[in-house]
Design a protein around this ligand. Structure first.
Ligand SMILES: *Cc1c(COP(=O)(O)O)cnc(C)c1O
Length: 367
């Protein structure tokens, strides 16, 4: 190796070099329906678009330090004090701030696996070691095993509920028992990116009063249809919010994004109608897959999980039928819920995929 000044190159920390790279689904430019990123199929309402356009007139000015207007609107509706709310440029950036502030070198972060692909990356960026606890046979979090995985190096546990990509949900009683067993010095992040798509008997926000180590993480990217604006929020004890506000860069939310989120937050009925349409379509697609012999876990998200070893093959067939999906080879395919046309295209792709495999099986039995 030549380490003379002209040949030397800046090197990142070893953890950064080792990170898997983010990627998007393939075939996005070729398809009629995009069902690979769990986005809302519905464009932002005119009110939201107008609010964002109006906010553009003041873009020469910095926004408020911490998105005060959106914080106030969220606090009011959820009936929590504003010092328990933090907003940021997507819930992923908030999760990153949490991991940087509370985990870091020499610490461990426990999360389920298979779960959200961003977790191992953000844990690595924070310099922490990820401890993955496998899902059970029904593709649910194994909460007891997650408690068992906690050591004195564990700083954070991430719970994805409903779980991306399997859609599986955690029963409220199980969550309560779990929280009762986690040591109070461990931060528990409840990632509820899809909570609006789940029938709601309990509101996890109420847990903050009992468990001051809990953080509830939510987003405007899914049910509120603002994935492109990058807005997320979290609810936590004032002390946690204070530490995150001290360590994250200020002005984390653009004024245009904030205006859009405030407007979308004000249109709860519209959000609920959009969610209801997705939930109905989710039932249609899940039933269609079930009748074709797939084991489809009940999903609490805006997507369904198709268990399939040859996931890449199924993905290819979906793209050929005009739908992009997300394949996890050897495991399954995640399909975001959209229009009836998209569901029918997925079912047609599944039929071709199954027929093709049937023929191949027959061929191989002749051999
Ligand atoms: C989509 C998703 C998010 C949202 O991330 P944003 O940065 O808010 O867009 C967070 N967590 C999970 C599990 C998700 O699937």
């Amino acid at each position: 190796m030549d380490d003379s000044p002209t040949h030397a190159r800046p090197a990142p920390r070893a953890e950064i070099e080792a990170l898997p790279r983010y990627s998007r689904a393939s075939g996005l430019d070729k398809v009629t329906w995009v069902a690979s990123s769990n986005e809302s199929p519905v464009a932002p309402s005119p009110a939201v678009q107008n609010a964002m356009a109006a906010a553009a007139a003041s873009l020469n000015r910095y926004p408020s330090l911490f998105g005060d207007q959106l914080v106030a609107a969220i606090a009011e509706r959820l009936k929590v004090p504003p010092d328990q709310v933090m907003v940021g440029a997507g819930s992923l950036s908030l999760l990153q701030h949490m991991l940087v502030a509370y985990a870091g070198s020499g610490t461990e972060v426990v999360h389920a696996w298979r779960s959200y692909e961003a977790y191992p990356i953000l844990v690595g960026v924070a310099g922490s070691a990820g401890l993955r606890v496998g899902l059970d046979a029904e593709l649910r979090h194994q909460l007891d095993a997650m408690v068992g995985a906690i050591t004195d190096r564990t700083k954070v546990v991430i719970i994805c509920n409903p779980n991306n990509p399997t859609g599986t949900m955690i029963r409220h009683d199980d969550l309560m028992r779990f929280l009762g067993q986690v040591p109070g010095n461990v931060l528990v992040v409840l990632d509820e990116a899809y909570r609006e798509y789940t029938a709601q008997e309990h509101d996890e926000v109420a847990l903050l009063a009992t468990f001051p180590n809990v953080v509830v993480l939510r987003t405007f990217s899914k049910a509120y249809g603002l994935a492109g604006a990058r807005v997320g929020y979290l609810l936590a004890a004032p002390e946690i919010i204070g530490n995150l506000r001290a360590s994250a860069p200020p002005f984390g939310l653009s004024s245009v994004a904030e205006a859009g989120a405030v407007a979308a937050w004000g249109e709860q009925d519209l959000m609920k109608a959009n969610v209801a349409a997705v939930v109905a379509e989710r039932a249609f697609l899940a039933a269609g897959l079930g009748s074709r012999g797939f084991r489809v876990p009940e999903s609490g998200g805006n997507f369904v999980w198709i268990e399939a070893e040859q996931a890449k093959g199924l993905e290819k067939e979906c793209i050929r039928h005009g739908v992009s999906v997300r394949a996890f080879d050897g495991e399954g395919v995640r399909v975001s819920i959209g229009s009836r046309g998209a569901s029918l295209a997925v079912l047609a792709a599944v039929d071709t995929f199954l027929k093709d495999r049937q023929i191949r099986r027959n061929d191989s039995s002749i051999i």
